[in-house]
Design a binder for this molecule. Structure first.
Ligand code: SF4
Length: 468
């Protein structure tokens, strides 16, 4: 067990030394000084909270949480004493926790309210289609999580519709991992289990001045162990939320407000910072250098197909846009996007257009020279979209076509085994849930159209017949 607050030793992973942070006020014999310069290294695996420390941290945090917790919609859904209440609460906690893994609370609130309005119970969600779920999720990113919510709901409903109540049972639901299982089990069903997210890692790392790499599996395991020691047995859900709330609102990444922190008396990082002006609480947890993102390049063609024979100057409102469904596995699986081709490397205009031409020909049997008239083809610009591990540069073009002869619209699915597509008008496109990358591309197109004052080349306004 740890000896409590004020120890001079910073905690490191085995074998990794951290400079000593004690400042001496009295002079000491040289050999004593030499001895003290060696940091008292504490293996993270030997760390723990002593009993008194644990009791105080629990009490202080819960008291603080009772007074300061934020009013959030998922917290208003109470479990009550009945089975239905628990089910409702579990579902709300599940949805909100998955959304909270994506983005900030303020953004989640709106998504959560819309989601719960559309699918108030797990049974409603289980009847939804993946298209609807993706549309509702549009803009949150990591669409795989949305798909898992749907798959998980279907599984729970298929198996009788009763929400699993323990971590071990919850872990059998697709997409529910340690974090979400701990949150649902402790908040809804009062199982005494910890929850460890980025906020908890930060608070615990500072409370114990842990400088071991927080991404390493052995360190993560020990954060779970430490958080598990702290969980209050009578109010596990509230305690877990209080720890996360502290990290989200007070013990923040860059500007922790230690002067109002309810557990500052137990914070080793703060104690070290007070002893040495060069030390800061934000030294914990250790910042891990992110691996470099892979650079990718794609040519995106926003293909608008004009229908009818009218030749007017402005863009027609009846143009239909081609959308292609991405494969069911991998990045943005099953989501709709404008036709695009990965280029491998940066490519010039001719190469990009050639790649798009080939793609349209192969996928839609659309030969730009033979089966249609190109009304407009213009480079709109570039958009860089950043995923967790990819930096994608998209070269965006607008390609306005009029199909020749009898082929006024594209019918069927020419390559439906490997690719699904559809053509929709601008109204439907605007109201569709699109990924943020696709939305950005579409807004570039809209902006281009708005700014374009010149008539489309080759298009002339139909002359009105002279009035008699
Ligand atoms: S005292 Fe400061 S660093 Fe320590 S837990 Fe509180 S807010 Fe975080």
């Amino acid at each position: 067990m740890d000896d409590g607050v004020g120890s001079a030793a910073a905690i490191t992973a085995t074998g990794k030394k951290r400079p000593r942070l004690l400042r001496h006020t009295k002079s000491k014999p040289k050999e004593e000084e030499e001895e003290e310069k060696v940091p008292k290294e504490v293996d993270i695996e030997d760390l723990g909270f002593c009993r008194d420390e644990t009791l105080e941290i629990r009490a202080f945090l819960l008291e603080w949480y009772d007074r300061n917790q934020r009013d959030l919609p998922w917290r208003r859904i109470s479990s009550g004493d009945d089975e239905d209440g628990s089910e409702r609460r579990a579902y709300a906690v599940w949805v909100s926790e998955v959304m909270l893994q994506q983005t900030r609370v303020q953004i989640v609130i709106d998504y959560f309210n819309r989601w719960m309005h559309k699918w108030p119970t797990i049974c409603h969600l289980a009847r939804a289609s993946i298209e609807e779920v993706n549309e509702m999720w549009a803009g949150l990113g990591y669409y795989r999580r949305a798909r898992y919510l749907l798959e998980g709901a279907k599984k729970i409903v298929e198996e009788g519709g009763v929400f699993p109540k323990t971590v071990s049972a919850l872990l059998k639901v697709p997409g529910i991992g340690d974090y979400t299982a701990g949150a649902i089990a402790s908040i809804t069903f009062k199982e005494v289990v910890p929850v460890v997210d980025g906020n908890v890692v930060r608070v615990v790392a500072r409370l114990k001045a842990i400088s071991a790499n927080p991404k390493e599996s052995v360190t993560i395991k020990n954060f779970w162990k430490l958080a598990g020691q702290l969980v209050d047995p009578s109010r596990p859900g509230d305690f877990n939320q209080s720890l996360m709330e502290l990290g989200a609102t007070i013990c923040t990444l860059l500007n922790p407000n230690c002067s109002v922190c309810p557990v500052s008396n137990h914070c080793r990082a703060l104690s070290l910072a007070r002893q040495n002006s060069s030390a800061q609480v934000t030294d914990y947890p250790t910042k891990v250098v992110k691996s470099k993102k892979r650079h990718e390049f794609s040519a995106v063609s926003v293909v608008e197909i004009l229908e009818g024979q009218d030749m007017i100057e402005e863009f027609q409102p009846d143009g239909r846009f081609l959308l292609v469904k991405r494969p069911g596995e991998g990045l943005l699986a099953g989501l709709w996007e404008f036709p695009s081709v990965l280029l491998g490397v940066e490519a010039d205009l001719a190469t990009r257009r050639y790649a798009i031409d080939q793609f349209l020909k192969k996928s839609f049997n659309l030969d730009l020279k033979r089966s249609c008239t190109v009304v407009l083809r213009e480079d709109i610009g570039e958009h860089i979209h950043v995923f967790s591990h990819i930096r994608l540069k998209m070269y965006v073009e607008l390609l306005v076509l009029r199909l020749k002869g009898q082929r006024r619209v594209l019918h069927g699915e020419p390559d439906s085994k490997t690719m699904a597509w559809k053509s929709i008008d601008s109204k439907a496109l605007s109201s569709m849930g699109l990924t943020s990358g696709v939305r950005k591309v579409y807004s570039m197109i809209q902006k281009f159209k708005q700014n374009k004052s010149k008539p489309i080349p080759g298009k002339t306004r139909k002359k009105k017949p002279p009035s008699s």
